[in-house]
Design a protein around this ligand. Structure first.
Ligand code: COA
Length: 259
């Protein structure tokens, strides 16, 4: 399917989605969001895709939601926009395959929130992160007020949200906002190597692990542990578990089929 603002490349079961609107620093307008929704819906059931990398074209990852579009909205419109953006980012977070943000530059506002919705984040040393919405008289509306505190803690998240400060990659790494830092020239390789490592594992197990972490995160420990046991048990019915354990015992590489 041809996209106006995305390019999608697939190699070795890794799909790389590049948001390609560099003249506007890849700002998320309605069309970009719609295209992200479409591509992630397709990835969920595409057996040829084992992991996804999201990155930006040019000097930005994504410099936020499109401010020109936001400005044209009233109360009901803004609420709808937020709910629609949240739904797409939650779809990314719940994709049953690893999603890695390769943050190549500015990840501000909706761009930071997009990175937060991904399962892992790798940043180029020049990347900048921030939730500057309050500078516009807004608050983060695509999940930032919820995902950032869960990732880095409430106090530091509130500092970012209330000041609108930009932090560099080193600080983001120190805070646990990014998993790793790379140079601009090695960013894709680092993201790719993580994606390949995850994509070679049992696909059903990877999907259930994502479910266990996502669905268990906000539950009480007892409930979350019961969920883990259910998901753990469910793998007993998969060919992947039979293959993975048999391969280990036979000292040979596993050949997973995702069944
Ligand atoms: N929405 C719409 N357009 C945006 C945008 C956004 N979030 N961020 C950048 N752009 C556009 C600029 O308007 C400019 O377009 P133009 O050339 O047609 O005037 C172009 O992208 C380049 O941005 P510019 O501001 O000239 O680059 P810069 O290097 O001087 O500054 C930033 C870079 C990221 C610091 C600055 O663009 C910025 O602050 N962007 C908004 C960040 C933000 O508030 N995001 C949250 C939105 S809710």
């Amino acid at each position: 399917m041809p996209y106006e603002f995305l390019t999608v490349d697939v190699a070795e079961r890794i799909a790389t989605v590049t948001i390609n609107r560099p003249d506007k620093l890849n700002a998320l307008n309605a069309r970009v969001l719609e295209e992200l929704d479409g591509v992630f819906t397709a990835f969920a059931t595409d057996r040829l895709i084992g992991a996804v990398i999201v990155t930006g074209a040019g000097r930005a990852f994504v410099a936020g939601a499109d401010i020109a579009e936001i400005a044209a909205n009233d109360v009901a419109g803004l609420e709808r926009l937020s709910a629609a953006g949240q739904a797409i980012f939650t779809k990314i977070e719940r994709l049953p395959k690893p999603v890695i943000a390769a943050v190549n530059g500015f990840a501000l506002g909706g761009g930071c929130e997009l990175a937060l919705a991904c399962h892992m984040r790798v940043a180029s040393e020049h990347a900048k992160f921030g939730l500057p919405e309050v500078k516009l008289g807004l608050i983060p509306g695509y999940g930032g007020t919820q995902r950032l505190p869960r990732l880095i803690g409430k106090g530091r998240a509130l500092q970012m949200i209330l000041t609108g400060e930009q932090i560099d990659a080193a600080e983001a790494h120190r805070l646990g906002l990014v998993n790793a830092i790379a140079t601009a020239s090695t960013l894709t390789d680092v993201a790719r190597s993580i994606a390949l490592q995850a994509a070679k594992n049992g696909p059903v197990a990877v999907a259930r692990a994502i479910d266990a972490v996502n669905d268990g995160y906000d539950r009480l420990a007892e409930d979350a542990l019961a969920l883990e046991s259910r998901l753990f048990g469910s793998l007993g019915a998969t060919k992947d578990m039979a293959e993975g354990t048999a391969a280990f015992l036979a000292k040979r590489p596993a050949q997973f089929t995702g069944e």
